[in-house]
Design a protein around this ligand. Sequence first.
Ligand code: FAD
Length: 377
Amino acid sequence: MKKKVEIVGSGPAGLTAAINLARAGFKVTVYEKNQDVGNRFHGDFQGIENWSTEENVLIFLERIGLSLRDAGLICRPYSAITAFDSGLNPTVMRSGEPFFYLVMRGGGSGSLDRWLLNTALEAGAEVIFNKRVDKLEDGGIVAIGPMAADAIAKGIVFDTDMEDIAAAILDDRIAPKGYAYLLVNEGRATLATCMFKEFKREGECFEASKEAFRKAFPRLQIKGEKEFGGYGNFFFGKPAYENGRCYAGESAGLQDCLWGFGLRYAMVSGYLAAKSIIEGREYASLVKKELLPWQRTSLVNRFLFERLGNRGYAYVINVLGRRDAVGEIRRQYAGPFWKRVMYPLARWNYRSRLIDRGCHGEDCACVWCRCGKGEAC
Ligand SMILES: Cc1cc2nc3c(=O)[nH]c(=O)nc-3n(C[C@H](O)[C@H](O)[C@H](O)COP(=O)(O)OP(=O)(O)OC[C@H]3O[C@@H](n4cnc5c(N)ncnc54)[C@H](O)[C@@H]3O)c2cc1C
């Protein structure tokens, strides 16, 4: 008889786990509280970054069971980014390698979420929608996404005649400690501010970002705009494995701390959760070995980035503009010795907005603790 595995959440983490487990012969059930995949997103473009490891990310994803190439979803390489400093001076950063692969999020056809769902179904997983799960009695995988806002994004999706482009503005006045971005692909566009501080200014920062991109690209027309917003969560020090449950993706606090690129962490941790079940290995050790060093370096990168300010950003843009930018960013993620030494300082300085409500009791089955056994509940 097939062994059963239950997964809560049909985001990239949960569905990557489902694909790998179902292919390995497990009877997989995924529970999703919404009526469809990708409900948190709105047809907005995101990037699967290609700068945190030397290996091309699509080749890497193939090794973990996700063949995105020629798979019929939108997945486009972007090998140049036009970066603006606070004075709106442009620098085109280029590389022989793509910076990222643009994908669409949400439930629409051609989106990453739809593709992951179809792939999981083809592999034999069952996905039950409109089913919120608060307790997992027999273990399984919890992949329920962010629980607090450590970074927020506010933006629009729209139609445009502008040519395909990736652009970013580094200016603390319009994207405090983050960045504003514009992504155009075949007549569809996403424009947003991604902020790591001063969340109360989100409306004002979004309007200022829109205005800045209009100034930077006078030919940018915005047609049929639809607003969207979202948040992301990253934290350290909570157990990735508790009471027989593996926590994957953002629900485990796994996300790039520098720029909030969490897709890769979600898919890798989903794969590791599946691998730990298939091969009977310790999930927490796999996460510690495969993901934590990488995430720790990203926190040090954030610590340094937050100290740069507008002048520092302009300097960094300038340096990246003169070198192979992806190669240079890869060096920043390689985790040199001095960054490992700096990690305790960055960790001490960082306060996630997450309040840990877990009782962490031995027999607690809550996917996100609500059992009332602990003082914090
Ligand atoms: C605006 C925005 C832009 C972003 N841009 C990028 C980018 O360019 N590149 C990048 O790499 N990352 C980006 N991210 C981050 C990335 O989207 C996330 O890190 C990633 O989606 C996390 O995947 P996940 O599977 O952990 O969680 P999610 O994608 O949040 O999926 C969790 C799922 O669990 C479901 N769920 C929750 N609770 C329950 C429950 N109790 N029962 C059943 N189902 C439940 C939810 O409905 C959801 O479908 C962005 C995020 C935002 C908000």
